[in-house]
Design a binder for this molecule. Sequence first.
Ligand SMILES: [Fe+2]
Length: 328
Amino acid sequence: MEKTATNPGVTRRVFLKSSLMGAGLALMGMAAPTAAARLTVAHPKRFRILQLTDLHFFSHEQELRDAFNARAVENMRKLVKGTKPDLVMVTGDVWSENPNGEGEARMRWAIEQFEALGVPWAFTWGNHDLVSDFTVAHDALAKANHSLYRGGASDGNYAIDIEDRDHQRVWQIVCLNTHRDGMQRAQQEWFHDLVKADPTPLPRFAFFHIPLKQYDDIWKNGAAHGMKGEDVCMEKEDGSSLAVLKAGGVRACFCGHDHQNDYAGLAEGVELVYGRVSRAGGYGADIFPKGGKLITVNCRTGRYDWVSITPDGKRWHPKRGEHREIPN
Ligand SMILES: [Fe+2]
């Protein structure tokens, strides 16, 4: 299937289509990973990803819900307008639970909001993103016009190949479903198979919801810089995933889940980065203005940088050595 999307506000066009890599490898008798999505970018030297995380639509009480949902949507629009990303990467906890089977309707409402941004977008599952029928949800997420979601065949795990205008793959975005427990053996094995089946080693970023154990380690050992306002909730992730990701060429990981942590640091040569929480309202707003994380990649040199950004356009990146612990 081939799709074309136009990035509003800029003249370049991006072309999306499903990769045949998985099918091709299957024909060759190799383990077939999930078919990857493809995103062709006009300027691979400044490929821009806007990470949004923990939007938590529908999490407020009924009388406040519409207002908070509307504010979060307006914030998303401002962030997209201000950053003109090639890809909006949403790392989970988009809607809240599945009361009375309402999860699917909440998800479909969220999909409409992402579609309205008019920019290619992708999604990784958060622990609060619940529905009655995940098959239906995978399908709806994948079928949206600007969506690069391809997790239906592999429990929410999938990859996005970033291509230049000559359709050469220059980078890969790996999207992992960390469920409620963080990255576990099943996700490790899926990623291992993805890498093993790929004839071209690519630099990769991994996006997922629940942090790895090493997010905690880098704060405690002083390797991290940024702000920390709550414990690292790595759930049952035991620290074994990082070596798997590193062996597969992952340069950096971007997670969400903890609303009052915005820091980054190196662990075993892989940069671990928290997203900036994007929801409207909720705890931590006084210290952590809600926003997103803009990641800019030079796919030719492998260099990249990131900055937290708020809807009013303010940008924040921790200074080297900044290690600010905020009491709860
Ligand atoms: Fe979460």
